[in-house]
Ligand binder design. Structure first.
Ligand SMILES: Nc1ncnc2c1ncn2[C@@H]1O[C@H](COP(=O)(O)OP(=O)(O)O)[C@@H](O)[C@H]1O
Ligand SMILES: N[C@@H](CC(=O)OP(=O)(O)O)C(=O)O
Length: 452
């Protein structure tokens, strides 16, 4: 059995959904189809998920939702008309949205989640109706039927019992169309995953039914060794390990969500990233072990939006528990961190800037000074992380020096270097404004002179 997930661009219009149907029909093993909400039809289009977030915000602010609701409905109506589905499905979707808008809004996060999730939920109903209408018997299955997630306040993840319950979907004659991006807690509360989280749903289902393959359909032929929007014609990656992909998708390889790797990795289901617009291309396989390519570096990614908390204190290295107390202060603010490079008398904690605000920063700075008696403490903002990844890096000396030299030629200062203990990645912290230049320079250093 194959579980296939179609991303927002693959289900953005009637034309795209027709391609999805012919891909599913062409292989009878494709029995479970996970769908996103309609995404962008052109680069400057707006994803339905973003329209829905706007709609929820309007409902919470002043209740003036008419225009925003019409914008969402226009997207579904255009799709339904293009697929000759008639008015009934539009009425179902409109009624569903109105019901969600009327729901209790005392918990804002859950209220917004329910409206956001309607994007995938209604699209799954529509696509199941379309498949059936063209002679491909299909059934919409709600995440209520087993995708059990944790309760608030932690971020959303699937509970172990979800895998047991969803395993039952393996026995199906019809094609199952399952909405991505959300699940229900044991108490019946709808919760969404992070943005891009339909990849996670596909991975959970693939692991639950022990699929032979998890196919993730998107709008590029494969995963490239660098973001194709920044590097001109980057090398195509034919095979990549779970570990390499995890490191790359953490920082910038937006083609596959980093949280989507663990469920399939645990049970060894291979992933194939493929293109809805060119399904005969082989795509990229994510596997446990891959053949060597003769090249130490598999990919280079970059992501912006990082802040650094810099703390210095003389003799910090002799003070038992300093690191723990510092991280406890961050935990009290519900902040996760990415890296903690340190010296004898100083430590830097690198985190995503979206978790910070002026008040949070002020509280942290005050506590670090008053409770840890730090000599110096400050926040620095506007950093990017550049990540060089490759299973072959372990056996390759001088790689860090080559990377550092390539970066220095751009004029950028390296603010932080971190080599993961697994030695498959090397991370450089740099000022955000140099990000693209550095990515291009590193690509030239490690790929431009070598053929695939
Ligand atoms: N290294 C990379 N290889 C391929 N695509 C990448 C890479 N880095 C970023 N991308 C971007 O990821 C996009 C696909 O991911 P996404 O927008 O989530 O698609 P979908 O709508 O299918 O979920 C591509 O259009 C491409 O611009
Ligand atoms: N629609 C959601 C979930 C998702 O996975 O979408 P996409 O497949 O378009 O990345 C989002 O925009 O975040």
């Amino acid at each position: 059995m194959i579980v296939c997930k179609f991303g927002g661009t693959s289900v953005a219009s009637a034309e795209q959904i027709k391609k999805v149907a012919s891909i599913v029909e062409s292989n009878p093993a494709r029995k479970i189809v996970v769908v996103s909400a309609p995404g962008k039809r052109t680069p400057d289009d707006i994803k339905v998920t973003d329209l829905l977030i706007d709609l929820a915000d309007a409902a919470l602010m002043d209740g003036a939702v008419t225009e925003k609701l019409a914008a969402v409905m226009a997207r579904y109506r255009a799709i339904a008309e293009g697929l000759h589905l008639g008015e009934e499905i539009c009425q179902i979707i409109q009624a569903d949205l109105e019901e969600r808008l009327q729901a209790d809004a005392s918990n804002v996060e859950l209220y917004v989640d329910a409206i956001k999730a309607s994007g995938e939920d209604n699209n799954a109903k529509l696509i199941a109706a379309y498949f059936t209408s063209i002679g491909m018997p299909a059934r919409y299955v709600s995440p209520r039927e087993g995708l059990i997630v944790n309760e608030l306040p932690e971020r959303t993840y699937a509970l172990p019992e979800a895998y047991t319950q969803l395993a039952a979907l393996a026995k199906t004659d019809e094609i199952i169309v399952f909405p991505g991006f959300f699940g229900y807690s044991a108490s019946g509360v709808l919760r969404t995953f992070d943005r891009g989280g339909s990849d996670i749903t596909g991975s959970i289902l693939s692991a639950a039914v022990r699929a032979d393959m998890y196919e993730n359909f998107t709008d590029v032929d494969c995963v490239f060794s660098a973001n194709p929007k920044v590097v001109n014609c980057p090398v195509e990656i034919k095979e990549i390990t779970y570990r390499e992909m995890r490191e790359l998708s953490y920082a910038g390889f937006s083609v596959f969500h980093d949280e989507a790797l663990m469920p399939v990795f645990k049970v060894g289901v291979p992933v194939n990233i493929k293109n809805t617009n060119n399904p005969s291309a082989a795509g990229t396989k994510i596997v446990s072990k891959r053949a060597t390519t003769g090249r130490p570096v598999t990919g280079i990614s970059a992501d912006s939006g990082f802040s650094i908390l810099y703390v210095s204190k003389y003799l910090m290295n002799r003070e038992v528990g300093f690191g723990r107390k510092l991280l406890q202060i961050l935990e009290d603010e519900n902040i996760s961190y990415e890296h903690t490079p340190s010296g004898l008398d100083d430590i830097s904690v690198i985190m995503r800037s979206t978790q910070l605000s002026d008040e949070i920063e002020a509280r942290i700075l005050r506590r670090v000074k008053e409770e840890l008696y730090a000599d110096d403490v400050e926040f620095r903002h506007g950093f990017s992380m550049i990540v060089i990844v490759g299973e072959g890096m372990r056996h390759n000396t001088g790689l860090a020096a080559r990377a550092a030299s390539a970066i220095s030629k751009t004029g950028a200062n390296i603010e932080m270097i971190n080599q993961g203990s697994s030695e498959v990645s090397l991370v450089f912290g740099v000022m955000q404004k140099y990000e693209n230049q550095i990515l291009q320079a590193l690509y030239a250093e490690f790929f431009a002179t070598v053929t695939a």
